[in-house]
Design a protein around this ligand. Structure first.
Ligand SMILES: Cc1ncc(COP(=O)(O)O)c(C=O)c1O
Length: 487
């Protein structure tokens, strides 16, 4: 099938957005300003990076990303741009502005995504043998943090919705039950889930306070919540101690850049968190990435950014309303039993797997979605998406809904959303540092896994070091011929 739908309104829509974009942002963005100043008053440079404003770069690369991008590719210490560790100058100022915007006591800019934030929190707040209550569908970075610190997970297994292939939320009751029967030192909740399912963080934080344990909330997918009243409330306002936000995912900053916030009333040791971040971070932070965090925060606070976010919310509502009219394609209703983030639209076609639907959208209509599983696929209504983008997507879905795909045979031997209850034989750290061997997949059943096996996205683990490999895992391991196991 060829793509017959033309995106006619796109140019008009883009022009409107460009006009909006040209209006100056009045909100302060100190790193952006300092970088602009450095660009406009160039010096003779005899320091890193050695490409020296692109002069030493491959011409094809320079053409691709532009001379200007290479001219502002610099690291801290130079040109009055401040330092990241400790935060000084414009970087310090930008972090303070971010803390204010997100409602935190302290905000750290992260250059290895929320992964760096989760690792730093694990390193600074947990120690060997300490028990941590966390949801099984947590991101692999939480687990890596435990491998580093030697802390051990106590798994909360949320309810599963097999029809949609997704996990439900974490209940305050399940947290309390676990706190009652164990000696956990920390609660670490992912909120929302990858598909936007929201937990009752206020009640969970009350439970944590009752048992006097800190609460970390991995809000990697929720950095927009503080900027629009149609979106759920951020854990920073609901009693969490620390929160990570992947600004690069939905907030408009460049890939890899994120933020770690410490909440206003938190008693966690901020200096210890900072020390861990210093250990984890590069010693040559990219000013471009830091500026993109500063710019993303400034944009979200500006009236233009607020309009973009409101448009993302309205686009999601429009998409959902149009999908409601279709025969075969459905969306996970925003009130399907849980609170959800409306901008994350999970859809499925009752005739097709999510992966198949994804490939139809990609090959026939040139549409790329956030992710697909065997059950369905995830569409993000982003601050950068126009109404024309959404209208095009709707037209394509309408066409798919009308088309009979039963003539095409598609073999699927792989499942994408791990939803298994782990059988733990060893701690994560013990297993990670044990002697290992590689065995063919068929011989791995009954052995103990030595590796983290997690599909990315969403990065939720199928198997972790120290867990027993069973028959049940095999459908999730289609990409693996061999598995690393404990010797
Ligand atoms: C829940 C969650 N936490 C943390 C991360 C890590 O974020 P980053 O890619 O910014 O390192 C992800 C990434 O997908 C995630 O889904």
């Amino acid at each position: 099938m060829t793509n017959v739908i033309k995106n006619k309104t796109c140019n008009k829509d883009k022009k409107m957005i460009n006009q909006q974009d040209n209006k100056k942002t009045k909100i302060k963005a100190p790193i952006v300003e300092a970088l602009k100043n450095a660009y406009e008053t160039p010096s003779y440079q005899f320091h890193i990076p050695g490409h020296t404003r692109g002069n030493g770069s491959l011409p094809e690369f320079k053409k691709l990303i532009g001379k200007k991008a290479l001219s502002i590719d610099t690291t801290d210490e130079f040109d009055g741009l401040g330092t990241l560790h400790p935060a000084t100058g414009p970087i310090k100022e930008a972090q303070e502005l971010a803390a204010k915007a997100f409602g935190a006591k302290k905000t750290f800019f992260l250059l290895n995504g929320s992964t760096a934030g989760n690792l730093a929190l694990a390193m600074s707040l947990t120690k060997k043998g300490q028990k941590i209550i966390t949801n099984r569908n947590c991101h692999r970075s939480v687990l890596t943090g435990m491998i580093i610190s030697g802390a051990e997970p106590l798994w909360l297994i949320p309810k599963r919705f097999n029809e949609w292939g997704i996990w439900g939320n974490v209940t305050p009751e399940s947290v309390e039950e676990m706190l009652k029967k164990t000696e956990a030192g920390l609660v670490w909740i992912t909120n929302p889930t990858y598909e936007g399912v929201v937990s009752d963080i206020k009640s969970i934080s009350e439970v944590c306070k009752k048992y006097n344990v800190p609460l970390i909330v991995d809000e990697a997918h929720a950095c927009l919540w503080n900027f629009n009243s149609h979106l759920p409330t951020s854990a920073l306002k609901l009693g969490a101690d620390a929160v990570v936000h992947s600004l690069h995912k939905t907030g408009g900053s460049m890939s890899q850049s994120s933020m770690l916030h410490i909440a206003e009333n938190s008693k966690i040791d901020v200096d210890a968190v900072e020390k861990a971040l210093k250990l984890l971070h590069t010693t040559s932070p990219s000013l471009m990435l830091l500026a993109s965090l500063d710019a993303a925060r400034a944009n979200l606070e500006s009236s233009r950014g607020k309009k973009q976010l409101e448009r993302a919310v309205q686009n999601a509502k429009y998409l959902r309303k149009e999908i409601d009219k279709l025969e075969h394609i459905h969306h996970l209703q925003p009130d399907f039993g849980y609170k959800t983030d409306i901008t994350k639209v999970f859809i499925r076609d009752d005739r097709l797997s999510g992966k198949r639907l994804e490939s139809i959208l990609e090959i026939d209509f040139n549409i790329e979605v956030e992710s697909a599983s065997d059950a369905g696929l995830l569409i993000l209504s982003n601050i950068g998406n126009t109404r024309a983008d959404m209208q095009y997507l709707v037209k394509c879905l309408q066409q798919i809904d009308k088309t009979n795909y039963s003539d095409i045979c598609y073999l699927e031997n792989k499942k994408y959303m791990p939803m298994l209850t782990p059988i733990i034989k060893m701690t994560l750290r013990e297993a990670f540092y044990s002697h290992k061997e590689v065995v063919p997949k068929k011989d791995a059943i009954g052995r103990i896994s030595a590796e983290v096996i997690a599909e990315c996205p969403p990065g939720i683990a199928v198997l972790l070091p120290g867990e027993l490999i069973t028959e049940e895992h095999i459908p999730y391991l289609a990409d693996y011929e061999t598995i690393e196991v404990i010797k």
